[in-house]
Design a protein around this ligand. Structure first.
Ligand code: 5GP
Length: 191
């Protein structure tokens, strides 16, 4: 998606530890016009599939998922991150290792919001090592729902997540795939 790639080049900041900061338009301040184009592009890419619900994870995925949901006309459910050891109640749970914070979180979604008849599209901002996506996919599986695929805004193609998740059979559509990034040489995208 050219508009997105141009924006990443213009406003993205490569930080130590293979972190790309996109706080000025995606992760902190949010460019809603750009989000609209992102939502349309997800809809175009998954136009061949029926989607009944979008699933994302707090916090950064929520804004993107909500705008995208307007093009799919479906509700959004976000998995909550919690560090509580004992999670009780009617919830599906999984574990996610945060790439940016280096911590392991439990993630939860109330069972009432994921049903076996659901056709779930997962949406998230980044795909790095794949922990978030695999954690969300597990919730979908535990619910007995169908996983239509995953829409990712920025995939860091030099990390293993994309390959692992695709090999697990999940259709992943990433709007910008970064093959390499470096403070000096800049950002190189996959075509
Ligand atoms: P994964 O679970 O695939 O390793 O990482 C995905 C999650 O980590 C995303 O939900 C995103 O919030 C965060 N993340 C991973 N890499 C980056 C990055 O380079 N920049 C930012 N801003 N977030 C990232």
């Amino acid at each position: 998606m050219k508009l997105l790639k141009d924006r990443i080049v213009k406003d993205g900041k490569v930080r130590a530890g293979n972190v790309l900061k996109v706080d000025s338009f995606l992760n902190h301040q949010m460019d809603i016009e750009l989000f609209g184009e992102i939502g349309k592009e997800f809809k175009r890419r998954f136009s061949d599939r029926e989607v009944s619900k979008i699933l994302t994870i707090e916090a950064s995925g929520i804004g993107i998922a909500c705008i995208a949901a307007q093009y799919f006309n479906v509700p959004v459910v976000f998995a909550k991150k919690t560090q509580t050891k004992n999670i009780a109640g009617d919830v599906y749970t999984g574990k996610v290792e945060s790439f940016t914070h280096g911590r392991v979180y439990d993630i939860i979604v109330a069972k009432e919001f994921l049903k076996p008849e659901d056709k779930i599209l997962i949406i998230d901002d980044f795909l790095a090592n794949g922990s978030a996506l695999l954690g969300l996919a597990k919730l979908v599986k535990d619910a007995g729902a169908a996983l239509v695929g995953a829409g990712i805004v920025i995939e860091k193609g030099f990390q293993e997540g994309g390959e692992i998740v695709r090999l697990s059979g999940v259709r992943v559509e990433s709007l910008a795939i970064i093959d390499s990034m470096n403070e000096d040489t800049g950002i190189v995208f996959r075509d």
